[in-house]
Design a protein around this ligand. Structure first.
Ligand SMILES: *[C@@H]1O[C@H](CO)[C@@H](O)[C@H](O)[C@H]1NC(C)=O
Length: 216
């Protein structure tokens, strides 16, 4: 068939665009999210550009510590498209993270973003684990002014190893990075993953699985 080279080229182009998929590039200066729109698209629909205000590109509050009174002793204050409508289609987001001494930002991953974490105050131990089969644990102590990158989709964590409150700012390569907290997803899913699956997966007794499920 005469058109087959074109079809093959088209399929190749499609597979490359999927292989390098990230947040789509903007096709206009901005597309401020219209929270009231009922239209479902990949991202959020745009407000009429004529109605856009400076406030749409603005978020205030990253000077405020998050509330760390919780079992892990850390708090993430996200600034994604949900909090800052002007981020829609732009492929970036930030977050503030607060940690009490020995507080932990527990192992989690962002399905749609790499992350650069910059320490503003305190000392953190940070790490991530590479994919199978190596599962190499790459870890580093970070001091004020240090930056560390967590590659997209890899499980990572931080722990405050200093005696003072710690603060970091995360820059993320998606307007909507998403968060999967490993323990919550595995032991706290709704409805539960059958305990038999978790017994085999984690090499645990059934009563330990039941105990862990009760905790999340
Ligand atoms: C912080 O969170 C705790 C636990 O949810 C709550 O009891 C407390 O009132 C919060 N503190 C502030 C200042 O919001």
């Amino acid at each position: 068939m005469a058109s087959s080279p074109i079809i093959i080229f088209g399929l190749l182009a499609l597979s490359f665009s999927l292989a390098f998929a990230t947040d789509p590039s903007p096709l206009q200066d901005f597309c401020v999210s219209d929270a009231k729109s009922q239209v479902l698209v990949n991202g959020v629909t745009c407000k009429d550009p004529k109605l856009v205000q400076a406030e749409d590109f603005f978020f205030s509050g990253l000077h405020l510590p998050g509330n760390t009174s919780n079992p892990v002793g850390s708090k993430v204050t996200p600034v994604t498209v949900a909090q800052l409508p002007g981020l829609n289609t732009l492929g970036v987001a930030v977050a503030r993270v607060d940690y009490v001494p020995w507080g932990v930002n527990p192992p989690h991953l962002h399905p749609r973003a790499s992350e650069v974490l910059t320490v503003l105050e305190g000392t953190l131990e940070a790490g991530f684990v590479t994919s199978n089969p190596e599962n190499r644990h790459i870890t580093k102590v970070l001091k004020k002014g240090d930056a560390f990158v967590f590659p997209k989709g890899l499980i990572h964590y931080q722990r405050n190893i200093g005696s003072t409150h710690a603060v970091a700012i995360a820059a993320l390569s998606s307007q909507n990075p998403g968060v999967i907290t490993i323990a919550n997803a595995v032991f706290g899913s709704n409805p539960d993953i059958r305990s038999d699956v978790l017994v085999k997966a984690f090499h645990l007794d059934n009563n330990v699985v039941k105990y862990l499920q009760s905790k999340f």
